[in-house]
Design a protein around this ligand. Structure first.
Ligand SMILES: Cc1cc2nc3c(=O)[nH]c(=O)nc-3n(C[C@H](O)[C@H](O)[C@H](O)COP(=O)(O)OP(=O)(O)OC[C@H]3O[C@@H](n4cnc5c(N)ncnc54)[C@H](O)[C@@H]3O)c2cc1C
Length: 412
């Protein structure tokens, strides 16, 4: 078996390293930070076994206009954020049309439906069960008409994908979550999802599992990657590390490294923010507030209030406007107490125009593997696409592996 370097110790890279190790490869996992300190730290912590259809962009002109006007807290657009990734956004929009989205969802659902089982193996082996609640999450509606429409939607998702969800009326939700100060019209309880009390710690536990099984965890700069002879070399704090193969699992930073090797990856980065609040009136399960486009996740560090998407350049400073609305919605509903941090966390969902992750060997560089672009559900999907990647490295070229191939962006 080959020696493999995995660049990036987020959920995707760490799970990749474990999957390769399980197939007998000697693995070095390299990050400039400790494992799980970036996007895989700051998410809403839901292992979304219910998310069988990826997030499409709205395609109706009226909805697009309302987003452009900033009327919906789900999205905040900046001119530089839109213009800087206009190619990727146009592709994303085209793939959001119903017929294309249905086709993409047929692939996506196969990944998502394997996700909790793939995590479970790692949760067990890493002893991280204390971080996980296997009771789903709730999506609550203030708008009665929108809630009413969910009955038919759940029936469809159940029929097509076997999703397991249940409608809760206002009183049932109030009983299930007694900390709520105001009623909702109702909620959907998505039973196929799990939640995590500390996403970064879960990645950390997976990384420790890698080390306990003989893998290397190193600090280094992925941007130092170079081809040496027939293999690859990266500078770590302990000196150069060489291997026959390298996996680029840098999440939102992956296109920067790929560009150095001549590949233009049209990733769309959707920034999200969170803050924790230290109030004692806790939710039992994560609650997605559809009206405020916000998720409230009970976590180890407090109630995590996480926002929707902002299209802004990676280097743009924080803009608190979505978070301010999210916090106001949280205060109306719960005694959230003071914020734990002075400054919000923010990070970027690494989204691909066709909403599917990129996984496979790059066409003009033998041994250079891509594994990134997990968008809204990378915390969920990391272990599943990692398993597929290890299989692909071992020679699997089945339809699911093919559908994630980087060739769809790079050509041959
Ligand atoms: C607000 C928000 C909420 C979300 N909620 C959910 C959710 O509930 N469920 C879900 O499934 N997903 C969710 N997501 C999406 C999910 O967090 C991401 O898809 C996932 O974390 C991506 O993982 P990754 O490993 O690809 O990237 P990352 O976790 O960002 O890992 C990339 C790693 O690369 C490293 N790196 C970068 N550059 C270098 C370099 N030059 N040298 C060395 N190392 C480098 C970074 O330090 C980092 O550790 C959410 C995202 C956001 C922003």
């Amino acid at each position: 078996m080959a020696r493999v370097i995995v660049l990036g110790a987020g959920m995707v890279g760490t799970a990749s390293a474990l999957a390769l190790q399980a197939q007998g490869h000697e693995v070095a996992l390299i990050d400039r930070k400790a494992p799980g300190r970036e996007t895989s730290y700051g998410n809403a912590g839901i292992i979304q076994g219910e998310a069988v259809e990826p997030y499409a962009l709205p395609v109706s002109p009226a909805k697009l206009l309302s987003l452009a006007m900033g009327a919906d807290n789900a999205v905040r657009l900046t001119a530089t954020g839109v213009l800087g990734q206009v190619g990727g956004l146009l592709g994303y929009l085209a793939n959001s049309l119903p017929a294309r989205h249905r086709k993409i969802a047929a692939t996506y659902a196969q990944l998502v439906k394997a996700a909790t089982a793939d995590h479970d193996v790692l949760i067990e082996a890493s002893g991280a069960g204390n971080l996980i609640t296997k009771q789903g999450f709730r999506q609550a509606y203030t708008d009665a008409a929108a809630f009413g429409a969910m009955e038919a939607e759940i029936a469809r998702l159940t029929r097509v994908y076997g999703v397991n969800a249940e409608l809760m009326d206002s009183a049932t939700l109030a009983t299930a979550e007694p900390a709520l100060k105001k009623p909702f019209a109702g909620a959907v309880h998505w039973h196929d999802a799990w939640s995590c009390a500390s996403p970064g710690d879960l990645v950390g536990a997976y990384a420790q599992l890698l080390v306990s099984r003989g893998g290397q965890l190193l600090t280094g700069d992925a941007m130092s990657l170079k081809q040496v002879g027939g293999g690859w070399q990266v500078m770590s704090d302990g000196g150069p590390v060489s291997a026959e193969k390298v996996v680029v699992a840098l999440g939102p930073w992956a296109p920067q490294l790929m560009k150095r090797f001549g590949y233009r990856i049209p990733m769309v980065r959707k920034r999200g923010y969170h803050l924790h609040f230290s109030g004692t009136h806790r939710l039992n399960l994560p609650l997605m507030h559809t009206g405020a486009s916000t998720v409230f996740s009970p976590m180890k560090d407090g109630l995590r209030v996480a926002t929707g998407a902002e299209l802004a350049p990676m280097s743009a400073p924080a803009n608190r406007s979505q978070l301010i609305k999210a916090e106001a919605a949280a205060r109306e509903l719960l005694d959230i107490g003071p914020a734990v941090e002075a400054e919000p966390w923010f990070g970027n969902r690494p989204c691909m125009p066709d909403m599917l992750p990129v996984m496979g060997e790059m066409p003009r560089h033998p041994g250079l593997w891509a594994h990134f672009g997990h968008g809204h559900q990378g915390f969920t999907l990391g272990p599943t696409t990692a398993r597929l990647m290890a299989d692909a490295m071992a020679g699997d070229s089945g339809p699911l592996v093919q559908s994630l191939s980087p060739l769809r962006y790079t050509g041959k």
